[in-house]
Design a protein around this ligand. Structure first.
Ligand code: UN1
Length: 492
């Protein structure tokens, strides 16, 4: 990664500068003296060019048999595998998370490419019966057209892979707008797709500010779908801006709870809490930002969590001894700092962490609040940093009520050995994902991923559900009776 490198936009199969000729820079979040490169400030004209290229290539791409599209994705998986270590290192430098996690991010992209390659031989519709004689009924899947994929920085290769591979296998063409914090990972992923054989115009990359590039894309009349992962407020704005005629898939924030019951294996629960709360420095939409503990084990478990949290090592994600890397940028560091004050003012007890250490990056100490209650902002709002709050529950019903007492609903977890507790949790936790005896993070790509309530817009990603989003399922009736047959009327 030479310091002076200038990265380009990718439109219609060419690497080109932005119409604005303006660039911005990004530094290593673990060492803000290290400049990683210069990136294009895309603007509305670039978006229009990218959409036009995608529209033009759609006519050809939709004719490519899906198993052939799948072969391209399999080649992309092979290239990702070959470059896994190099990509993981680039990712750690670009957004901070530790190497074990950036390797997992690339692995998630490999898994997704392979899964979606296989979809090329499925893309199932349904055949069914008709209420009339000599009439056949079925559904077929058709691509949407040009789709926009707007992705976050916390999974800078995995989430683009989720969205782009699903869009492509279904026969759509793509304009890809990555987070401004991770343009290198986005560029590397598009280079791999290009090398794997994605034809020109089928995938287009436009970097630049969300307020300009993202807004133009979302409002664009030729865009048939927007798949977005990011902040709830941006998602709400997208819903307003998009207008009618587009599918809108939103994957937004959450405030994910882990419930620790009185019969739980506390050591196992402790591992789950530490991993869920501080993995990716707490910057996952699935992060365990709340721990709800049965009153009988509350004091003991709190002590265990605080003791373990104090031992976590902060530092560069490239150092194998590091447990927790930096936050992504200064804005994130300021936001987390602000929430520490909010928590203290609300009367929560700060038990460890809470400070910015003296390091040359955007670090933040792993932080535990106790004595938190459901009326507090630190219990309700997504902090997106290494902060978790511990709350006491009287019993299972109380724990589930507390878990549900937020506007979000992405991921949840319960530690218990009691089958009734497990089944009640599966039934009553208002979340898109529930883990039993495992943390809130670490979903697998062949199952649906998505939240309810303010965490999503009703569409789930990956799994088979991504195919539902990126296709129109058309209903087809074939009448071979040779006469007019009226449904509901000529039924004999
Ligand atoms: C996100 O935090 O935006 O389940 C996605 C997980 C990951 C994906 C998280 N596989 O935590």
């Amino acid at each position: 990664m030479p310091k002076s490198a200038t990265y380009k936009l990718y439109i219609d199969g060419r690497w080109i500068p932005s119409e604005s000729r303006e660039t911005y820079s990004r530094v290593n979040p673990a060492n803000y003296n290290e400049i990683l490169g210069r990136f294009q400030q895309g603007n509305a004209k670039d978006v229009d060019k990218a959409v036009d290229a995608a529209e033009e290539s759609f006519e050809k791409w939709r004719e490519v048999p899906p198993p052939k599209r799948g072969e391209i994705l399999l080649r992309a998986a092979q290239l990702l595998r070959q470059q896994k270590e190099e990509l993981a290192r680039i990712m750690t430098k670009e957004m901070g998370k530790v190497l074990t996690e950036t390797r997992a991010d690339v692995q998630e992209a490999i898994d997704t490419c392979e899964l979606m390659a296989g979809e090329g031989r499925r893309l199932f519709g349904r055949t069914t019966t008709s209420e009339l004689r000599d009439k056949f009924a079925m559904t077929v899947r058709l691509p949407l057209g040009v789709v926009a994929c707007i992705t976050p920085w916390n999974f800078p290769i995995a989430i683009p892979a989720w969205k782009l591979t699903a869009a492509l296998i279904c026969g759509n063409t793509v304009v890809f707008k990555p987070s401004s914090d991770t343009p290198i990972c986005a560029t590397k992923f598009v280079e791999i797709l290009e090398k794997a054989g994605v034809p020109k115009g089928v995938v287009n990359l436009v970097t630049g500010p969300g307020s300009i590039v993202g807004t133009r894309l979302v409002k664009h009349k030729k865009i048939r779908a927007v798949s977005f992962t990011g902040h709830r407020d941006t998602g709400a704005q997208i819903l307003k801006d998009a207008g009618v005629g587009k599918k809108i898939g939103l994957e937004m924030g959450s405030k994910n709870p882990i419930i620790i019951m009185d019969d739980a294996d506390l050591k196992l629960g402790l591992d789950g809490v530490i991993w869920g709360a501080f993995g990716t420095c707490g910057q996952r939409c699935t992060a365990a930002s709340r721990v709800i503990i049965h009153k009988k084990v509350r004091q003991k478990f709190e002590r265990m969590v605080i003791e373990r949290t104090k031992k976590l090592k902060l530092g560069s994600g490239l150092n194998p001894k590091t447990d927790v890397g930096p936050l992504v940028n200064k804005t994130a560091q300021d936001k987390v700092t602000g929430y520490i004050e909010i928590g203290k003012d609300e009367g929560a007890k700060l038990c460890c962490g809470g400070k910015v250490p003296k390091l040359k990056g955007w670090f933040f100490e792993p932080t535990i609040f106790t004595n938190t209650s459901s009326d507090m902002r630190i219990f309700q709002e997504e902090i997106f940093g290494p902060v978790t709050s511990l709350t006491e529950a009287k019993n299972l019903d109380d724990a589930i009520d507390l878990a549900n007492a937020v506007e979000y609903g992405l991921s949840s977890s319960i530690y218990t050995n009691n089958i009734r507790n497990m089944m009640q949790a599966i039934k009553y936790l208002e979340y898109g994902i529930t883990y039993i005896n495992s943390s809130t993070i670490g979903a697998e790509v062949h199952l649906p991923f998505g939240g309810i309530k303010s965490s999503g817009s009703g569409w789930q990603e990956v799994g088979w559900t991504a195919i539902n989003f990126f296709t129109d399922e058309k209903t087809v009736f074939i009448d071979y009776s040779g006469k007019l047959q009226r449904a509901q009327i000529d039924i004999e």
